[in-house]
Design a protein around this ligand. Structure first.
Ligand SMILES: Nc1ncnc2c1ncn2[C@@H]1O[C@H](COP(=O)(O)OP(=O)(O)OP(=O)(O)O)[C@@H](O)[C@H]1O
Length: 236
């Protein structure tokens, strides 16, 4: 991570800007983004700009830095947000939620994965917790295969809404969780806009399914064989 861990710089929290005009906010975001500082606070809200490149800010070392540390003591980070929700839940004994919103391609899905990964490392580890953690993390590729597709804005766009909850006991151990999916864009199966694809699973099945499986399902490996997968000419 390139930002140092000294005292909070004024620009790392919009609330502390001298000016609160749209211009000042955009300029602050741009200035920070040019230094790979993708996170900025507005008080306890976190604004994130998609870097579209791998940044060295999601390591185990970074997680350790944020664990149990007061929200405003360190530079803005998704780990600080996750840690704050967890610590407040434990001290206040009530439910907390993290709402992630933004336009398509903004980085919502990646942010939710970072939060899960943070809890996977930072929460007390028991066998049960490991089971919960593995199920939450490992269900992602399956959900994305069936519910994500390439769109004009995002090569891996979630075409469904997702609600996840993790249940903790009073010691802070994770004891269960749910993932609810809703509003799947079913129409994509038979119609895709120009430059977009059908759900990933169809292409993955043809590309990666064994000869035996394809034979059993009566499928041909050639994607060009299928109108619904090639009607707008994009297969990769
Ligand atoms: N923090 C990040 N670091 C590096 N790359 C990122 C980050 N967040 C997002 N990306 C990149 O941007 C792409 C789009 O992000 P993501 O799928 O999370 O967007 P989204 O807001 O969930 O979009 P949609 O609403 O279309 O599902 C990712 O596939 C990844 O390549």
């Amino acid at each position: 991570m390139k930002e140092d861990f000294g005292p909070i710089r004024k620009s790392s929290d919009f609330v502390l800007l001298d000016e609160t005009t749209e211009g000042a906010v955009i300029s602050n975001l741009k200035k920070r983004f040019s230094k790979d500082l993708i996170y900025t606070y507005i008080g306890t809200l976190l604004v994130s700009v998609n870097p579209y490149k791998e940044l060295d800010i999601y390591s185990k070392k970074q997680m350790d830095v944020y664990m149990g540390v007061n929200f405003f003591e360190l530079p803005p980070h998704i780990y600080a947000l996750a840690d704050n929700a967890y610590q407040t839940m434990l001290t206040e004994f009530n439910n907390h939620f993290i709402l992630i919103s933004g336009e398509s391609g903004a980085g919502k899905t990646e942010a939710s994965k970072k939060i899960l990964q943070y809890y996977a490392v930072s929460c007390p580890s028991t066998t049960l917790m490991n089971t919960v953690r593995d199920k939450m993390l490992m269900s992602n590729p399956v959900l994305e295969a069936f519910g994500n597709a390439k769109t004009l804005k995002n090569d891996n766009s979630s075409r469904f809404g997702k609600y996840m909850d993790i249940q903790f006991d009073n010691q802070g151990d994770a004891v269960g969780g749910h993932i609810l999916n809703y509003l799947l864009e079913k129409s994509r199966v038979v119609h895709q806009n120009h430059g977009e694809r059908n759900f990933h699973i169809f292409y993955q099945l043809l590309e990666g399914g064994s000869d035996d499986l394809l034979k059993q399902l009566g499928l041909s490996r050639d994607v060009q064989h299928y109108y619904y997968l090639t009607q707008v000419g994009i297969t990769s």
